[in-house]
Design a protein around this ligand. Structure first.
Ligand code: MN
Length: 250
């Protein structure tokens, strides 16, 4: 199983989550929300061969922490994975949009200069802006749009731009999310939990809860759960082949 967007460092007991991942043989992208969390979060997974730590600067935190971009640039050579980054245009965060845009652009520029990275990108209420910036920033590596919530038209643009998509259970259980996912190329989809922010039965969703998303996708694609799981694993393999020198085995 694959969880391509999980905040392991934000669970009450991260080492329990790491053990659960390892015992199930999962592959997990452990995203962070600030470069200041990079070292500690990376250390959490240091013994695991199937957890990669992504360097992040969450758009909801950028308003007060734009200067952390220097730390971001400092740590970037240490990882092939970047996230969570992006833009958030919801009312609580829209005031910081100019700063968010500056920081997002600077991150993508750093990725390009470093030879390209795999990015987990947040675009809530800002799909249009994210698309416009991605279109103008070539050779950044791979953008994965996490929990995409734009229009069908924006989805088509994202597909043309070479974006990948990470989808989770709450997205697949909403009508809009389901219909968007139906239009995504099967070869560019990965599963995600977005735990612990997402709740499942009153508890923070855990990485292995992506099994529910796999089952929903297998229903969407009218194939067995095994075939869907293999398809997702081969998607991940193809994604990582772009970064042969990558950090872990899975
Ligand atoms: Mn997230």
């Amino acid at each position: 199983m694959i969880d391509s967007h999980c905040h392991i460092d934000l669970y009450k007991n991260p080492s329990e989550i790491v053990s659960g991942i390892v015992s199930r043989g999962m592959f997990v992208v452990s995203v962070t929300t600030t470069p200041l969390a990079w070292r500690g979060t990376h250390a959490l997974a240091s013994k695991s061969k199937s957890i990669v730590t992504a360097l992040g600067m969450h758009p909801q935190l950028v308003a007060s922490r734009a200067a952390d971009i220097e730390q971001f640039e400092h740590y970037l050579p240490q990882t092939n994975w970047v996230g969570e980054i992006g833009l958030d245009g919801t009312p609580d965060y829209v005031d910081s949009m100019p700063t968010q845009i500056d920081v997002f652009r600077r991150i993508l520029k750093a990725s390009r200069q470093a030879g390209g990275r795999i990015h987990s990108i947040h675009s809530r209420a800002a799909t249009r802006l994210v698309m416009d910036i991605l279109r103008n920033e070539a050779d950044i590596g791979v953008p994965i749009l996490h929990w995409f919530s734009g229009t069908q038209r924006e989805l088509n643009e994202a597909i043309d731009l070479g974006c990948w998509f990470s989808v989770g259970e709450p997205m697949l259980r909403s009508r809009k999310g389901w219909e968007l996912t139906q239009k995504m190329p099967l070869s560019r989809i990965l599963t995600e939990s977005d735990g612990p922010f997402v709740q499942k039965q009153g508890q923070p969703a855990r990485p292995w809860d992506v099994e529910s998303a796999e089952k929903l996708l297998s229903g969407m694609w009218s194939e067995t759960h095994d075939i869907t799981r293999n398809r997702l694993a081969s998607n991940l393999r193809r994604l990582r082949e772009k970064f042969i020198q990558t950090d872990v085995q899975w």
